[in-house]
Design a protein around this ligand. Structure first.
Ligand code: B1N
Length: 830
């Protein structure tokens, strides 16, 4: 467009602006009541909290849609290079509070509602979490989507619309039970069904050879078709009109399969069979370690990849006719290997459907993909059995073999006939059960491989992907993870948010978290200390109330709230935490009554889910309950020590727990946590960390200094040395004592806990609980000491928060945009 025309268009849009919805209290009330009456179909004179929430959500949705349309129109006109974020998991949590805050209309809604006799916070509690993911990786996707919108990037997130989200954890007699979480039961006002945005996704069948342009070519003749339907979730940025899309695919039966079955006359069976198509997107796999060799999982991955790429290619073709321009317009981000079939699918589409030559297609592929890995352990890497791939996606298997052939041929020229190394680097793993190494495929075909923290990148280069690093050092980078301060401070800790803005004299930190450093100069200011302690106390009271309703345990807010919330894993060492608690309990029991006065009171809080098939993790949950039962009912310890397990840990529970924590534990065996992002959320909320030098903690130390936290344990490089020692490893007496208490049935269930105790016996203690125990107790003692001096503690707490600026996902996303994706902001012009 010429400058004049551009101007005219913008003017016209401005002219239309008074048609946009207004946000004054009267309009908002009218809107809400209109939705009560016409959307929820309840009488506006009689509706309950849930119906009020639904109407409120629809009124917010209307406002989201306006901005979302404007953003899409703007992106279309500008046609910038876009980033497509491919992830099989998103832990979005609740949408309501986050949306109104990002839209800048929370207070207006709160006013409007109070005039109608409702409280915003109460209605917000009606919403269930969108829990379409397992843990850190999935919440990271959600934080990054928020940053992409806030920073005006032309981005689109793709995912799967699982009908069953992460299971609901129910505790019965201290044991974890999994219940299906059918989260769509109550409707979902935050999504927009796009019945016209659908694509066929094909499976199975054979590859046939056919004549083409005087030569031969391979064509896939698939046997089954499933329809992918788009559900769009508008994601508003903060402090911008930009509102981007999270597009989730749902599977629906396709009419293309049906002709034959209907002809056979078995109408009922044919209809019933159609429904199996829907199972593809019905359930999230609840395991965040690995999923090996499950056909449904592979189907999910391909369904996701195929639908997303059809959508991306359609959008590209709307404006372009030459695929050589594709890398100028499209960047594809692989969130771990889960979506990495996208690489093969792009090759297939370009060659088989668009008839590009192999070398042109390969050229394009090598320019568009970037890959982020979240794993530390070689055994955590995803592999797909060849026979599974052969039956489900025969043409894709051929293409993988071809990619691998070319790669190995080139590699031989570079490194010679070093067969060990060649076989380690091959995309195909030979052996009894042949399989495809998805990480190797991703590295070979991506221009960039990113780690998620500094230490993680080191481990990738020196251990996990050493061979590849030596071949292509330029491909390897890292972008330290971050979290969004919008959700993790503004939404979840409004009083801290107000305090920060007041002391900084600006709200600009909500878009630029580095500004928090401005609070360092007030770290010893008495007025700030007083306000700080007040805010923290109110948050602790809120948490104490929650604990009492969930577990019936009354806790004192004067005690130190010591929290460990995350997925239950042996490497995260919740067992170490519990053994430390047993030690503390044992010490109190063995003290003179008078000495007990010197004990710093603690409320130990543990929460997290164990993968349904992960036996040891489930035993850790049971142990936590068994120990809690004993301690919480022992009058000897009374308020000096309490232990509570918070059931069904999820995003909205985290929003409540984190602002109320004094101390949080991030105690993985060094070298096992790729990054960890929970620690960043605690840090932003002024919670002190008790941690090992692992993952992102190492960078947190650089920001706030080791003096402001409680560090312990073997370092990354010491871990292999200690493991070498095996049975000769030195383990403190106290450790043997507490393990023996569990083993001997002090907390009951000794048969059940036997294998758990065995897992930490000398010679067997892979995660080094025994050898880290002494320094763990020392760090705990240092935390007690610090807590006694409340001014000192408050100072450390302020400095933690003030030093958290680097851990905003805004910083991470800016690094990705500039260094990896090559994209620029594209801001809506209002
Ligand atoms: O990704 C997070 C990191 O902060 C954590 O350290 C890391 O453990 C986590 C298979 C995973 N790694 N791998 C997974 C999730 C789901 C699944 O099906 C693996 N999650 C992580 C963000 O970088």
């Amino acid at each position: 467009l010429g400058l004049g025309e551009e101007r005219a268009k913008v003017d016209r849009m401005f002219g239309l602006m008074d048609q946009f919805l207004k946000n004054d209290p009267i309009t908002l009330q009218n809107d809400i009541l209109r939705h009560v009456e016409y959307t929820v179909a309840r009488s506006r004179f009689s509706f309950d909290d849930f119906e009020a929430y639904q109407a409120l959500a629809h009124s917010v949705r209307d406002r989201l849609i306006e901005r979302w349309h404007d953003t899409q129109v703007h992106f279309k006109r500008k046609d910038p290079k876009r980033i497509y974020f491919l992830s099989l998991e998103y832990l979005m949590g609740r949408f309501l509070s986050n949306s109104v805050i990002n839209l800048g209309i929370r207070d207006q809604y709160a006013d409007a509602l109070s005039q109608l006799g409702f409280e915003f916070e109460v209605l917000a509690e009606q919403e269930g979490d969108a829990a379409l993911g397992n843990g850190g990786l999935a919440r990271l996707s959600a934080c990054q989507i928020d940053s992409l919108a806030t920073l005006d990037y032309p981005a689109l997130g793709y995912g799967l619309r699982y009908q069953y989200g992460l299971y609901r954890q129910v505790i019965l007699d201290g044991y974890q039970h999994e219940q299906p979480y059918y989260w769509l039961n109550f409707g979902n006002p935050w999504e927009i069904e796009r019945i016209h945005v659908t694509y066929p996704v094909k499976f199975y069948g054979t590859v046939e050879e056919e004549d083409f342009n005087g030569g031969k070519r391979q064509v896939w003749v698939p046997k089954e078709t499933v329809e992918a339907v788009a559900y769009d979730n508008p994601i508003p940025g903060y402090g911008t009109r930009n509102t981007i899309t999270l597009r989730l695919w749902a599977a629906k039966p396709s009419d293309q399969n049906d002709m034959e079955s209907y002809n056979t006359g078995d109408y009922i069976d044919a209809v019933v069979n159609r429904r199996t198509a829907e199972t593809i997107s019905s359930i999230l796999y609840p395991d965040d370690r690995s999923h090996q060799g499950k056909e449904l999982r592979l189907k999910q991955q391909y369904f996701f990849v195929s639908a997303s790429l059809q959508d991306i290619i359609r959008r590209f073709k709307d404006a372009h006719s030459n695929f050589d321009d594709f890398p100028e317009k499209v960047a594809l981000q692989l969130n771990d290997t889960h979506p990495s079939l996208a690489i093969v699918e792009v090759m297939r589409v370009l060659i088989d459907e668009e008839h590009l030559s192999w070398s042109r297609a390969w050229d394009i592929v090598c320019k568009i993909f970037s890959f982020t890995t979240h794993t530390v352990l070689p055994e955590g890497l995803e592999k797909i059995p060849v026979d599974l791939l052969e039956s489900l996606l025969p043409r894709h298997l051929q293409i993988i073999y071809d990619i691998n052939f070319n790669f190995i041929e080139k590699l031989k020229k570079r490194i010679g006939l070093d067969y060990d190394r060649l076989s380690r680097m091959s995309i195909v793993e030979e052996g009894a059960a042949k399989s495809i190494r998805m990480a190797n495929l991703s590295i070979v075909c991506s221009h960039t491989v990113n780690g998620v923290s500094k230490i993680h990148a080191e481990l990738l280069k020196t251990r996990v992907f050493k061979d590849f690093y030596e071949l292509w050092p330029h491909k390897f980078h890292y972008k330290t993870n971050g979290v969004t301060q919008r959700r993790w401070i503004v939404v979840s800790n409004p009083s801290l948010c107000a305090l920060i803005s007041k002391w900084l004299g600006t709200e600009a930190w909500i878009r630029n978290l580095d500004l928090l450093a401005g609070l360092q100069e007030y770290a010893t200011n008495a007025d700030l200390h007083q306000e700080w302690k007040m805010v923290r106390k109110v948050n602790k009271m809120r948490l104490a109330e929650y604990i009492e309703t969930m577990s019936g345990v009354k806790v004192s807010v004067d005690a130190m709230f010591d929290v460990q919330i995350k997925r239950i894993h042996e490497y995260k060492r919740q067992f170490l935490n519990i053994l430390g608690i047993i030690h503390r309990y044992d010490c109190i029991k063995n003290m003179e009554k008078n000495d007990r006065r010197n004990v710093v009171p603690r409320v130990c809080i543990i929460g997290g889910k164990a993968a349904p098939g992960y036996e040891i993790a489930k035993k850790i949950i049971k142990l936590c309950h068994a120990v809690a039962e004993k301690i919480n009912n022992d009058p000897d310890v009374d308020d000096l020590l309490k232990l509570v397990f918070i059931p069904d840990y999820n995003v909205s529970v985290a929003e409540l727990v984190i602002p109320g924590a004094d101390l949080s534990q991030h105690i993985s065996t060094a070298g096992h946590e790729a990054s960890g992002t929970g620690s960043m959320k605690f840090l932003m909320n002024g919670c002190l960390l008790l941690a090992t030098a692992d993952g992102s903690t190492i960078e947190i130390i650089e920001e706030i200094g080791a003096d402001n936290m409680f560090l312990f344990g073997a370092k990354v490089n010491e871990v292999p040395v200690l493991r070498e020692k095996g049975p000769a490893l030195k383990v403190p007496l106290q450790f043997a004592r507490v393990v023996r208490m569990v083993r001997n049935g002090y907390f009951g269930f000794e048969d059940y806990f036997k294998s758990l105790c065995d897992s930490v016996e000398v010679g067997n203690d892979f995660y080094l609980l025994g050898s880290d125990f002494e320094s763990y107790l020392e760090a705990q003692a240092a935390a007690d000491m610090a807590f006694v001096d409340q001014e000192k503690w408050t100072q450390m707490s302020i400095l933690s928060m003030a030093g958290s600026g680097r851990f905003s996902s805004d910083r991470t996303i800016e690094e990705y945009a500039e260094k990896t994706w090559g994209i620029e902001p594209c801001r809506c012009p209002f």
